[in-house]
Design a protein around this ligand. Structure first.
Ligand SMILES: NC(=O)c1ccc[n+]([C@@H]2O[C@H](COP(=O)([O-])OP(=O)(O)OC[C@H]3O[C@@H](n4cnc5c(N)ncnc54)[C@H](OP(=O)(O)O)[C@@H]3O)[C@@H](O)[C@H]2O)c1
Length: 319
């Protein structure tokens, strides 16, 4: 029976906030984890008032800092949070020049992939102890070079370059390229984690932890464009949400935060998905299971990313 707490990273804004709202409405305990504590506290208050669910709370977490992630995981242990689902939703996209995390990694890669990778490693035993549990990785349709997105096509030559510059050649930083590359990493991470968890589960005859990937579609109006120029932000915040509300019924790859948040929550709540793992649920298929990009099924690259991520996070492989 899945009744334990759902941790939603980036749950104080956009798609994550809407997902947290639906989870709370369905009676689940929800823990929002983001950097902006005031925004998180406001989200908790709003959700609690709206749903009457008293089991909604927040904790500070900076996925761009290993120190913060480790401190956060220690608090989850100390507070004995009955964690039964993890929604890896937080994400950033930058324009302008190269930014590094406090640990020295390109910030998009650090927050969107590496931070979630470390967080999952630190919380997996707790999820296993409370299993059946679920992990959902929020990726994006931009990971797929075969689909038009208006963004650059992903290009990952090697993981060292990716971690140093988001995939661009030295001196040629491109925030959009770093973003689409980080979303390919989300897919590799999801599939590799699902494979490893399943192997361990079979070996130990343990309860299931499912791991699936989600594409919310194009969701204008969220905080994702906060680093854009004022003119671009105005279009993203004011114009495109109206277009999305008009088109979303006919064009499934365009959505609203409420609609995508609801679909994301379904991956945590839907009993028919209790045994489904290692799958992709994209908006263009109205969040039914569908294939992801050809490259996302590259086992060798997924394994390499896993090993490199362990090394970058400074943790040893599980025996
Ligand atoms: N909007 C779209 O069109 C779209 C399309 C495809 C995929 N996605 C994906 O959907 C997810 C949610 O994005 P959104 O559009 O809802 O954007 P959003 O409104 O900006 O939400 C992003 C969330 O991530 C949190 N966050 C950012 N940096 C963080 C950090 N270092 N540590 C912890 N939390 C951090 C933010 O909170 P704080 O700033 O308080 O930390 C915020 O709650 C992302 O993974 C994004 O890539 C979005």
């Amino acid at each position: 029976m899945e009744r334990g707490t759902v941790l939603v990273t980036g749950g104080n804004s956009g798609i994550g906030l809407e997902c947290a709202r639906v989870l709370a409405r369905q009676g689940r305990g929800v823990l929002i984890a983001s950097r902006d504590r005031a925004a998180s506290a406001a989200a908790v208050e709003r959700i609690t008032t709206e749903t009457g669910n008293p089991n909604v709370s927040e904790m500070g977490l900076d996925l761009g800092s290993f120190y913060s992630i480790r401190r956060f995981a220690r608090r989850i242990e100390a507070d004995d949070v009955p964690l039964q689902a993890l929604v890896c939703n937080a994400g950033v996209q930058f324009s302008g020049g190269l930014r590094l995390s406090s640990d020295g990694f390109e910030l998009t890669f650090a927050v969107n992939h590496l931070g979630h990778f470390l967080l999952t490693q630190l919380l997996i035993d707790r999820l296993a102890a409370n299993a059946p549990s679920r992990i959902v990785v929020v990726a994006s349709g931009v990971h797929d070079p075969a689909r038009w997105s208006g963004m650059p096509k992903p290009a990952i030559a090697d993981f060292e370059t990716l971690a140093a510059s988001g995939g661009a050649r030295a001196g040629a930083y491109n925030g959009q390229l770093a973003y689409v590359n980080s979303k390919v990493c989300n897919m590799w991470f999801c599939y590799e984690l699902a494979r490893r968890i399943e192997e361990e589960r079979v070996a130990r005859n343990a309860e299931r932890i499912t791991v699936n990937a989600f594409d919310p579609g194009l969701v204008p109006g969220s905080g994702l464009a906060r680093d854009y120029s004022p003119a671009q932000r105005w279009i993203w915040d004011r114009v495109l949400p109206r277009v999305a509300r008009l088109l979303t019924g006919a064009v499934p790859s365009i959505s609203t935060a409420a609609k995508s948040g609801d679909a994301l929550a379904r991956l945590v709540l839907d009993p028919t998905l209790a045994q489904v793992s290692g799958k992709y649920f994209p908006s263009h298929r109205r969040w039914q299971e569908a294939p992801s990009s050809k490259e996302s099924y590259d086992l060798a690259r997924a394994r390499e990313l896993w090993d490199e991520s362990l090394r970058m996070c400074g943790i040893a492989a599980r025996g």
